[in-house]
Design a protein around this ligand. Structure first.
Ligand SMILES: C[S@@+](CC[C@H](N)C(=O)[O-])C[C@H]1O[C@@H](n2cnc3c(N)ncnc32)[C@H](O)[C@@H]1O
Length: 374
């Protein structure tokens, strides 16, 4: 205890205890404090560097694992007219969907091989059978691509979907069951919002909905990446990511998108991928023998498009398309025009069969994931 003495000689002045300062100890304390501060700073920098390295490694790994090219298939909607009943029409669409997912097709374009004139009004279009085929094919393809647990939310009852429930499932990586573990899940935004935090909940086919910080429109289909930590059976947290994120980052096939094209030329003109299709293939029994040509197909492409014709072949679609009024040879439109089933035993190969045959024949060039990772 330090001595207590008056620091003012005036009578009645308050007495303030005067402590003797141990400057050496203070300096030591200060040095120690500085040292600890520097150590903490160093620790933080090291942690950040480690985190950065881990992130870089993840990105590198994702670059190797991910698929960075796309495959598109175009079919005319009119092929539905070749099926005799509603059930068979639906089944035919199911065959196309299964063929496409087996070969990791990212985009299915349904085109009008008769090129509906722009001037046709909406009412006439509605009655027009060609338009009906396009719309039904698109609807069933989208229904099949959608994970089962989301279908009742996204597809109201409709006569086009009457028999769709009977079709063979696509059984792809994004059609997950409740017990399946996955970094990504498809979901639908619910009406529930977090009372304090804002954000919203997404139904991702699990018992609990997943919380995301973003406020999205209820009813919207979203791809969710689940947080690797912070997730327990009680609380699920994640974030919305682009629908192609799972395939870009993990190489897992994540379904196809569906697009309508009003003519053959619009398949190419309205390509949704940056830079357009850089590998285009037309298919026909009059094409070049695939076995003799396959080696000349490029090993590197960004966006490949394979076009199939209807009952009268691709030539009929070219004839109906005013953009191609000066063109009659498909070789002037596509980089390759291929016969993918040389020496066929039947006089005609149906379009739905040709899709499966052609994708199988082109597989060594199209499915580069295995080639890259070898
Ligand atoms: C019923 S076929 C069309 C046959 C029609 N007689 C023609 O002249 O093209 C329907 C589609 O299946 C595909 N296809 C049929 N046979 C093929 C083959 N040998 N190689 C590649 N594609 C074929 C083509 O896309 C064709 O337009």
């Amino acid at each position: 205890m330090g001595k207590v003495k008056s620091n003012d000689s005036k009578p009645g002045a308050t007495l303030v205890p005067q402590m003797k300062v141990d400057w050496r100890a203070r300096r030591k304390e200060k040095q120690q404090w500085k040292k600890e501060k520097e150590e903490k700073k160093l620790e933080k920098t090291l942690k950040e560097e480690e985190k950065k390295k881990v992130q870089e490694n993840i990105e590198k790994e994702e670059k190797v694992k991910g698929i960075h090219y796309t495959i598109s298939v175009a079919v005319p909607g009119s092929i539905l007219n070749n099926a005799q009943s509603k059930e068979l029409r639906t089944y035919l669409i199911g065959q196309i969907a299964r063929a496409c997912v087996i070969f990791n097709v990212d985009e299915i374009v349904i085109y009008d091989e008769y090129a509906i004139p722009e001037s046709m009004d909406d009412e006439t279009l509605k009655r027009d059978n060609r338009r009906k085929c396009l719309v039904q094919m698109a609807k069933v393809l989208q229904y099949l691509e959608c994970p089962q647990y989301l279908r009742k939310h996204l597809f109201p009852l409709h006569e086009d979907l009457q028999y769709a429930g009977l079709l063979n499932p696509l059984d792809t990586g994004h059609h997950l069951k409740e017990y399946d573990e996955s970094q990504f899940r498809e979901g639908i935004v619910t009406n529930s919002v977090h009372p304090e935090k804002g954000g919203c909940y997404v139904n991702i086919g699990l018992k609990k909905d997943c919380f995301i910080k973003e406020s999205l429109t209820p009813g919207l289909r979203v791809t969710i990446e689940l947080d690797s930590d912070n997730n327990s059976a009680k609380k699920l947290k994640g974030k919305p990511v682009p629908p192609n994120a799972p395939r870009d980052r993990t190489g897992c096939y994540w379904g196809y998108s569906v697009r309508l094209a009003s003519s053959l030329s619009n398949i190419l003109n309205e390509c949704p991928f940056e830079g357009g299709y850089d590998l285009t293939i037309g298919t026909s029994e009059r094409g070049d023998n695939v076995d003799a040509t396959i080696e000349s197909l490029p090993d590197n492409f960004n966006h490949c498009l394979i076009v199939f014709g209807g009952l009268k072949g691709i030539e009929a679609a070219i004839d109906a398309d005013t953009t191609y009024s000066n063109i009659s040879d498909p070789r002037n439109i596509f980089k390759f025009y291929l016969n993918t089933c040389p020496d066929q035993g039947s006089n005609t190969i149906r379009t739905e069969e040709a899709i499966l045959i052609s994708l199988a024949a082109l597989r060594p060039k199209l499915m580069r994931k295995t080639i890259i990772n070898q």
